[in-house]
Design a protein around this ligand. Structure first.
Ligand SMILES: Nc1nc2c(c(=O)[nH]1)N[C@H]1C(S)=C(S)[C@@H](COP(=O)(O)OP(=O)(O)OC[C@H]3O[C@@H](n4cnc5c(N)ncnc54)[C@H](O)[C@@H]3O)O[C@H]1N2
Ligand code: MOO
Length: 415
């Protein structure tokens, strides 16, 4: 495990308006894995974890030539039609191979998954053949090797089957199990702290008056962290008081690999998060050319990176996905990722100005992208309605129904 530099988020002098691509590139070049490796973790415990070492196959897959179908095996090719082959006694079944050699010109009963017996290499489907008087009648030609799966055709011994940095899912676990790998090295889970700030904010369940709002961000971000496979450290909610914000950040720096805060990062009088970060850490207030989510604070606080997300829930969500998710992946030992998007025709019109990227809450219906009716950054209903985001780049754009736009499903962010 190695430390991040204290000034790793500093902007070059004079820079105050950062394009999205540049902000992402800066995160990418300045972050690296900060978690330790856990050796030999059994398959039952690795789903969602990040692989720390490349894995090589100790065995081939499949381990021997075997049949892909139920039918009859013989030495191919079969060029003469019709043809008749006598059958040997016995059969080759999965788990019960035929041990002897099949004589030239003979066929043998074989079942799916069974080892192809010596003396044969080709299998005819049961449905394409007929048995009369104990002999196999064939009416079609077959290439040598038809319906047979070759030993090692999928994986050869010592092939690299998985690369360090892969976030393991059930499909990877199937590959490991297929070649008999019992355990692998994974990174410890990244510990991510989530902190809400704001005098108007109250945790769900608390008594509220008209001027107070429930804390929507902390439960949302907490769920995001666990769904991404990280360990959640709930840092609670604090008022806009310097000593409260400081105490929470100190705890965050002690217990977490990264802290996500929400609120208190714009330019207002009560923006205590920026203030606390400035006083006791190295902060860089990034004004990113993105809507929503313009104010984003990135700081190193007593050696721990802090991402100060904007308070508006939509902006907090968009920034947590667009900047937070790849940054967390990198810190956690995974590869940096650029969320994959798809060009899909729009079913809406929009006149977008030049100079800022926009991320709209979106979903696909009947092959077209629709966007939520309001772009308001406090409209949480639009978050729940959406299934992904449309990303419009900084260039100006006139979007009409049918214009291809880039739709990024939430799955592309690792959800
Ligand atoms: N003069 C400027 N004012 C603002 C700017 C700016 O650049 N200059 N940026 C605007 C943008 S864009 C956003 S986004 C917000 C971000 O401000 P903060 O991060 O300081 O957030 P707050 O002011 O604390 O809160 C904004 C908004 O979100 C609500 N909020 C906060 N926390 C939560 C929570 N946990 N759950 C639900 N809602 C929350 C809060 O009540 C406010 O309504 O600044 C703009 N202003
Ligand atoms: O980040 Mo603000 O939510 O762009 O409006």
């Amino acid at each position: 495990m190695s430390m991040l530099r204290n000034d790793c988020f500093a902007l070059p002098p004079g820079v105050n308006w950062t394009p999205v691509e540049e902000a992402l590139e800066r995160l990418r070049s300045r972050l690296h894995p900060v978690v330790d490796v856990q050796r030999s973790v059994p398959l039952a415990e690795i789903n969602g974890r990040i692989l720390a070492s490349d894995v090589y196959a100790p065995r081939a897959h499949p381990p021997s030539d075997n049949s892909a179908v139920d039918g009859y095996a013989f030495a191919g090719p079969l060029t003469e039609v019709p043809s008749i082959l006598p059958l040997v006694e016995g059969r080759s079944a999965a788990g019960e191979p035929y041990k002897e050699r099949v004589p030239e010109g003979y066929a043998i009963r074989i079942l799916t998954g069974a080892v192809i017996p010596d003396g044969t290499d080709t299998v005819v489907l049961e449905e394409d053949s007929e048995i009369t008087d104990g002999r196999l009648h064939l009416n079609g030609t077959l290439k040598a090797g038809a319906n047979a799966r070759r030993a090692g055709e999928d994986i050869k011994v010592q092939d690299k089957i998985l690369t360090a940095g892969t976030r393991l899912n059930p499909t990877h676990i199937s590959v490991l199990a297929s070649v008999g790998v019992e355990s692998v090295d994974v990174y410890n889970r990244l510990r991510v702290g989530v902190l809400s700030t704001g005098d108007e904010v109250k945790p769900v369940g608390a008594a509220v008056t008209d001027w107070q709002i429930y804390d929507a961000n902390r439960p949302m971000l907490s769920a995001l962290i666990t769904q991404l496979g990280y360990e959640l450290v709930d840092l609670g909610h604090v008022l806009d008081r310097p000593e409260e914000v400081k105490a929470a950040l100190v705890r965050g720096a002690e217990e977490c690999d990264l802290v996500l805060t929400s609120g208190g990062v714009s330019a207002g009088d009560e923006d205590r998060v920026s203030e606390a970060l400035k006083e006791h850490g190295e902060i860089s207030n990034w004004r990113i050319a993105i809507k929503p989510g313009r104010p984003l604070a990135l700081a190193m606080y007593q050696g721990t990176p802090v991402v100060g997300l904007p308070g508006n829930p939509v902006a907090a969500w968009v920034c947590a996905l667009r900047f937070g998710a790849p940054a967390m992946a990198l810190l956690a030992g995974a590869e940096w990722f650029e969320p994959q998007g798809y060009l899909v025709p729009a079913n809406f019109s929009k006149n977008k100005k030049r100079g800022r990227s926009e991320m709209l809450r979106a979903r696909i219906r009947e092959g077209q992208v629709e966007v939520f009716g309001s772009e308001g950054s406090g409209r949480v209903t639009g978050l729940a309605w959406s299934e992904g985001l449309v990303e419009l780049d900084e260039a100006a754009m006139q979007i009409e129904p049918g214009t291809p736009v880039r739709f990024i499903p939430y799955g592309s962010f690792g959800l």
